[in-house]
Design a protein around this ligand. Structure first.
Ligand code: HEC
Length: 476
């Protein structure tokens, strides 16, 4: 069995182009040819950028440019099209990567030993199924169940978490999705799981499914679009945003920045200027298999083969530094001048190599929790916070969703509760990720922007999972 699998991998690896029907192969992050972008960048280099930015030194502006370039370089590379085809459409790099479900445990026959782990390389591999997010559904333990629930009635996003081939190989080799192996680490006295390699990348993508039955005039889909954070920090879910645009599945629309603030549900307020072609978004057609899987997992959704899935948001994290790099992207009708937490300056730094639909996404990036920066251990919740979040993913969170928040300062240094989604920082929530099989009440939970010490006493009795919340949530 093992031998055959190795042989298959060898054969697959030697095929230059995979045609439709062939097994899909997860590809390593390609070099997008963006000048000045290197991956993996050395930890020392990235930490120097972070320190220069946080210290406000003369190097701060250059540091900001370097961090922004790095984020765009990652985005350019992982949205590049590969030669691989599924359902008649080319796959982008990230679409070839592995979901945690593809590296799930194969429980051994005895149930005694740690289950053998493998990565799915079967010929039946397709685009990953779109599912619910744990982050919205329930938390890590029973205390957090329903904590990050979707407000009812809101249009839901679906998607998946993915691991690049090197991150997936690490998960497989260390059996990080097996509670048996996580328990062994914990009982053996480990503080955390073995660290991922510097090449590890993980992502979380969110799609809106444009069900043909929800179209106005058989072609226009009403999409909530971000028009910036609310004046008073509060839960700010897509259905609360003041504007929409119309996505035309037939490719029409001259939209170049306008949004429809009347947002009539029947399309009465739609104009050509508030209409955008579906090709302006990263999209794919739902395959027969995808429709079947989706309708089975989301009863009542009745999506059909040929419907579009459009990418509204994507989170990307990389293990180049111990606390990971964090960048997030969302589709914007004004990609040249996007709303906070992105900016015109961030958009202006998009590299020339970023072309087509991926160029229409805004980026928010934060490689630290606070400025000035605090050390990984022994620091304090001081200085100004960086707010880094995705409108389609975190903005909906209210106070109840972020129980371990801690008051601090906003990015301009004014006192701020930092306890809602629009006051989030990726690193601040992910640094707290832990495996807590004994349901210790003291274990770290979700939080808004704040500092957390990697040796915080709250971790006692838990296993730190190298910042990846999905591991303890999916491990079985
Ligand atoms: C309040 C907590 C919280 C915040 C803030 C947050 N995340 Fe997450 N994130 C999660 C949880 C929980 C998961 C587990 C997967 C899921 O939700 O389905 C996750 C999953 C992920 C994953 C998949 C890999 C993993 O960690 O398991 C990535 C990548 C990611 N988040 C990036 C980001 C980025 C980038 C930001 C900031 C823009 C961010 N996250 C903000 C809680 C958070």
């Amino acid at each position: 069995m093992r031998y055959n699998r190795a042989l298959l991998l060898l054969v697959l690896g030697s095929l230059p182009i995979l045609r439709a029907g062939a097994a899909l192969t997860a590809v390593a992050l390609p070099d997008p040819g963006v000048p000045g972008f290197h991956f993996p960048e050395s930890e020392a280099t990235i930490l120097t950028w972070v320190n220069d930015l946080g210290s406000g030194s003369p190097g701060a502006a250059a540091a900001s440019d370097n961090i922004t370039r790095h984020g765009w370089g990652l985005w350019t590379a992982l949205t590049l099209e590969t030669a691989q085809v599924d359902n008649g459409e080319r796959l982008r790099v990230f679409e070839t990567w592995y979901t945690p479900q593809e590296i799930d445990p194969q429980p051994g026959p005895t149930g005694q030993s740690v289950p053998a782990r493998s990565i799915n390389i079967s010929a039946a591999r397709h685009r990953a199924p779109l599912g619910n997010f744990v982050q919205f559904e329930h938390g890590l333990d029973p205390r957090d169940r329903d904590l990050l629930a979707q407000p009812s009635g809101s249009e839901t996003v679906f998607g998946y978490v993915k691991f690049d081939p090197t991150a997936a190989a690490h998960v497989a080799a260390q059996q990080l999705l097996s509670t048996v192996s996580l328990n062994k680490l914990l009982m053996g006295g480990a503080q955390g799981i073995p660290a991922f390699p510097s090449t590890a990348l993980t992502l979380k993508s969110a799609f809106q499914i444009i069900s043909s039955r929800k179209l106005v005039d058989g072609r226009y889909y009403r999409l909530n679009v971000w028009s910036g954070p609310p004046a008073t920090p509060q839960a700010w879910a897509p259905y609360q945003w003041p504007g929409v645009v119309w996505i035309d599945v037939k490719g029409g629309g001259s939209g170049s920045g306008q949004i429809d603030t009347l947002a009539s549900t029947d399309g009465g307020s739609r104009t050509d200027q508030t209409t955008y072609p579906v090709s302006s978004m990263i999209n794919h057609r739902i395959s027969a298999m995808e429709a079947l899987q989706f309708n089975r997992s989301q009863p009542g959704s009745d999506i059909e083969p040929g419907d579009y899935a459009v990418l509204v948001a994507m989170h990307v994290a990389g293990r180049e530094i111990a606390r990971w790099t964090w960048q997030t992207f969302w589709w914007s009708p004004t990609p040249d001048d996007p709303q906070a937490p992105s900016s015109e300056a961030t958009a202006a730094a998009r590299p020339a190599q970023l072309q087509g639909a991926p160029r229409n996404y805004a980026m928010s990036i934060g490689y630290d929790m606070t400025t000035p920066g605090q050390p990984n251990t022994g620091g304090q919740n001081a200085g100004a916070a960086y707010f880094t979040y995705n409108p389609y993913l975190e903005a909906r969170f209210g106070v109840a969703n972020l129980p371990d928040s801690m008051p601090g300062n906003d990015p301009s240094g004014r006192p701020s509760a930092n306890n809602v989604g629009v006051n989030c920082n990726c690193m601040s929530c992910h640094v707290r990720a832990n495996y807590n099989p004994n349901n210790l009440a003291t274990a770290p939970r979700y939080a808004g922007a704040r500092y957390t010490d990697m040796n915080d006493p709250q971790f006692a009795g838990t296993l730190q999972v190298d910042f990846l919340w999905s591991l303890p949530e999916i491990a079985q």
